[in-house]
Write a protein that binds this ligand. Structure first.
Ligand code: FAD
Ligand code: GLY
Length: 407
C-alpha cells in the first residue's frame, strides 16, 4: 500500500518521542521533534535499561505483557538498525535474568510463573543450590532458588537515547531541543508554538512522558498521566567478580552495565515532579545491594532519580484520539518505556499511516511457535497467535465524563 508522506510534529524527546520520530522518518515522513530540555534528559536517561517483560510482569499473559514481549522480540533487529544509522553503540546485552527467592514458600510462585511464561518462549527454568551459585557466583547464599530466564536483555539507556537522537538527526528529523514550554496552539491543522517559532503539521504525536497530563485541556480529553519518582544508584563493578545477570527480587534489581558500574534500583515515590534523591531512598537500596551481593557493602558512586510516567491502571495511553486520527497519544509507559520503544513506535507509525488498526504483530505461545523463542513474532491472525488488543490502551478509556467533540 502506498503511504502519503505527512509532516508530523513529535512532542517530547525522551525514548518514546525519539523512537517514533526515527520510525516515522524511516517511513518517509517529514518529522519535527520538539523537546523542552535535552533529548533523553528526563526518565529515559535515568532508566536501568532492562528489557525484561517476564521479570517485570510476572502475574499473567495480559495485553500489557503481550505488548512488552513483542517489543523484546523486535529489539535485536531494531537496536542493530539504530546503531547502524547512528554509528553509536547502545550496549545491548542478552544477559538473561534471575528472579531470586529467599524462602521455600516463594518457590511455588516462581514455578507458577515459569509454567505460563514458558508458553511464551521464556525458556525459563528454576535454579537451586550449586547450579545457582555457578550461574551467579556473586549472589548471596541466602537465596534458595531463582527463576532463570535466558531470553531477557538490557541496554545502557543513556547510550541508547544518544544513539536514537543521532540516528534521528542523520536521517533528517528536525530536532528543536531546549525549547522550554512547547504548546499546541491548534489541532486541525496542528500548530506547535515553540521558542524556535510556530510550525504547522498534518499530524502530531504527544509523548511528553510524566508531563503529558498538561495537554488535557487543549485535547478535551482526560490524560491521567502522573509522575512516580524512581531513585536509583550505581556501584563500581568488581572486574574479577562480575554480576552476570540482571538480578530481580522483591526489593529491587541489580544489573551490571557497559560503563563498569552495577546499577541498583529503584524506589517508587509519589512526590510530584521532584527529581531529588533522598538518604532514605538510597539507603534502602544500599541495604538491598549489600544483602543480595555480600562483600560489596559501601556507598554507591552515583545516585540519581527520574520520573516514570504512570497511569491509574499502570498501562500506557496509546493510540489516535477518537474522531481525530491525526493526533496520537503515546504516554504513560511507566516502568517499561525503554523496553516498549520499538513495538509502540511501530504501532504509532502504523496508526498514522492508517496501515494497521490492530498494531500488533502477534506473539505465539511456545506450543505452536516457530521454535525461535522470543526471537521471532508471528503474523497477526496466525492460528494460535495471541496479540495485544489496541483497545486495551486506547487513550479514551479514562474519559467517561468528558466530551471529545472538540474538532
Ligand atoms: P521521558 O523520558 O520523561 O521524556 C519525555 C520528554 O518530554 C522529556 O524529555 C520532557 O522534557 C519532554 N517534555 C515535557 N513537556 C514537554 C512539552 N510541553 N514540550 C516538549 N517537550 C516536553 N523502563 C524500562 O523499559 N526498563 C528499565 O529498566 C527502566 N528502568 C527505569 C528506572 C528508573 C529509575 C526510572 C525512573 C524509569 C525506568 N524505566 C525503565 C521507565 C522508563 O524510563 C520510562 O518509561 C521512559 O523513559 C518514558 O519515556 P518517555 O519518552 O515517555 O518520557
Ligand atoms: N523498570 C525498572 C524501573 O522502573 O525501576
Amino acid at each position: 500500500m502506498r503511504i502519503m508522506a505527512k509532516r508530523v510534529a513529535v512532542l517530547g524527546g525522551g525514548v518514546i518521542g525519539l523512537s517514533y520520530a526515527w520510525e516515522l522518518r524511516r517511513r518517509g515522513h517529514e518529522v519535527l521533534l520538539f523537546e523542552a530540555g535535552e533529548c533523553g534528559g528526563q526518565a529515559s536517561g535515568a532508566a536501568a535499561g532492562m528489557l525484561a517483560p517476564f521479570s517485570e510482569n510476572g502475574d499473567q499473559p495480559d495485553d500489557f505483557f503481550l505488548l512488552c514481549l513483542e517489543s523484546l522480540q523486535l529489539y535485536p533487529r531494531w537496536v542493530e538498525q539504530v546503531e547502524a544509522a547512528s554509528g553509536l553503540s547502545a550496549a545491548f546485552v542478552r544477559s538473561g535474568s534471575l528472579y531470586v527467592a529467599f524462602h521455600e514458600a516463594d518457590l511455588l510462585a516462581l514455578e507458577t510463573r515459569m509454567r505460563w511464561q514458558n508458553d511464551f518462549g521464556a525458556g525459563a527454568r528454576i535454579l537451586t543450590g550449586a547450579a545457582l551459585r555457578e550461574a551467579e557466583p556473586a549472589l548471596t547464599g541466602a537465596a534458595v532458588a531463582a527463576l532463570y530466564i535466558p531470553t531477557e536483555a538490557h541496554i545502557y539507556a543513556p547510550l541508547y537515547v544518544r544513539a536514537l537522537e543521532a540516528a534521528c538527526r542523520r536521517e533528517g528529523v528536525r530536532i528543536f531541543d531546549r525549547q522550554g514550554n512547547v504548546e499546541l496552539r491548534s489541532l486541525d491543522p496542528v500548530t506547535v508554538s515553540a521558542q524556535a517559532g510556530a510550525f504547522e503539521a498534518e499530524a502530531a504525536v504527544i509523548c511528553t512522558g510524566a508531563w503529558s497530563g498538561s495537554w488535557q485541556e487543549v485535547l478535551g480529553l482526560d490524560v491521567p498521566v502522573f509522575p512516580i519518582r524512581g531513585q536509583i544508584c550505581a556501584y563500581a563493578a568488581l572486574p574479577d567478580r562480575p554480576v552476570r545477570h540482571m538480578v530481580f527480587g522483591s526489593q529491587g534489581y541489580v544489573v551490571q552495565k557497559a560503563n563498569g558500574t552495577v546499577v541498583c534500583g529503584a524506589s517508587e515515590d509519589v512526590v510530584g515532579f521532584d527529581t531529588s534523591v533522598t538518604e532514605r531512598g538510597i539507603g534502602r537500596l544500599e541495604r538491598w545491594y549489600a544483602t543480595l551481593l555480600p562483600g560489596r557493602a559501601g556507598r554507591p558512586v552515583h545516585a540519581w532519580a527520574g520520573l516514570r510516567p504512570a497511569t491509574p491502571d499502570g498501562w500506557p495511553l496509546l493510540g489516535p484520539l477518537p474522531g481525530a486520527r491525526h493526533i496520537v497519544i503515546a504516554a504513560g509507559h511507566y516502568r517499561n518505556g525503554i523496553l516498549l520503544s520499538p513495538a509502540t513506535a511501530r504501532a504509532v507509525a502504523d496508526w498514522l499511516d492508517d496501515r494497521a488498526k490492530d498494531g500488533a504483530s502477534g506473539v505465539r505461545a511456545a506450543g505452536g511457535g516457530d521454535g525461535r523463542g522470543t526471537g521471532g513474532g508471528q503474523a497477526a491472525g496466525a492460528p494460535g497467535a495471541r496479540t495485544w488488543r489496541p483497545e486495551s490502551f486506547a487513550p479514551e478509556r479514562f474519559s467517561g465524563n468528558r466530551s471529545v467533540a472538540w474538532l
